[in-house]
Design a protein around this ligand. Structure first.
Ligand SMILES: *Cc1c(COP(=O)(O)O)cnc(C)c1O
Length: 232
């Protein structure tokens, strides 16, 4: 029987290539992250064998068990809401943190990374939809947050991440992606030291093609690779 995970990944890569072409972008400028929350290590391994090298996890306890089990050669990205008291577990496991939305969290990540002699790649999570239920910094707070976080020596601020309000229609996400791009451009124009703003983490199973058309550099895809997740 054909491996459905490998077939799903092939299909997504074709869709990435088509969306990139439509937008006049190079396919290589878009990195596919497989979101592996709730997915057991054996199935994550199938995605590794199909060529995926970047995986995203949301839950600290799950990641603490899964990441060591999968061994080296994989880049792990923390994409879930992060409590300051969990930072000590996260720093040794992850290369990138996509969910930095407050200076206290940035400060703790920096302190723990420094202790381990590491530098972490950081994205600032932005609540572009202004939803009370979502984490992420309000857009108007992001420039000040970045100015402060840029002073922390063990963090490298690479760009912005967002998750737009849920909708059935992927086109509804487009204005939120556009506003993240505008915010990125505004922060770039400030030319803050230690801040590169080259990465935009946006787009998931239902809307990654729209995100690519608007400039995503990292798309975070779970269900289209691994199938539906159990309700949590
Ligand atoms: C779960 C999750 C994803 C993946 O969602 P799918 O709809 O399964 O592709 C992406 N980003 C974040 C932050 C998530 O929590």
């Amino acid at each position: 029987m054909a491996d459905p995970i490998a077939a799903n990944i092939d299909h997504i890569r074709e869709r990435i290539a088509r969306a990139a072409r439509r937008a006049g972008r190079k396919e290589e400028s878009i990195r596919l992250m497989a979101v592996s929350k709730t997915v057991e290590p054996a199935r994550v391994r199938q995605a590794v064998e199909a060529g995926i090298r970047i995986f995203g996890e949301n839950y600290v306890q799950e990641a603490r068990e899964k990441i060591p089990a999968l061994g080296p050669g994989i880049e792990w990205h923390m994409i879930g809401h992060l409590q300051t008291n969990k930072v000590k577990y996260v720093v040794p496991l992850f290369d990138w943190i996509h969910s930095v939305d407050r200076i206290e969290l940035a400060g703790e990540l920096d302190r723990r990374a420094g202790k381990l002699g590491r530098t972490l790649n950081i994205l600032i999570e932005v609540n572009v939809g202004g939803e009370a239920s979502k984490s992420g910094a309000p857009p108007q707070d992001v420039p000040a947050l970045i100015r402060d976080a840029a002073l922390l020596p063990h963090l490298r601020i690479r760009g912005l991440m967002t998750m737009p309000p849920y909708s059935e229609n992927p086109e509804d996400a487009r204005p939120y992606f556009v506003s993240l791009v505008k915010l990125r451009d505004a922060i770039r124009a400030l030319a803050i030291d230690n801040v590169s703003m080259d990465e935009l983490s946006m787009g998931m199973t239902d809307d990654f093609e729209v995100a690519i058309e608007e400039g995503a550099t990292i798309i975070r895809v779970g269900r289209a690779i691994f199938g539906r997740r159990p309700a949590r």
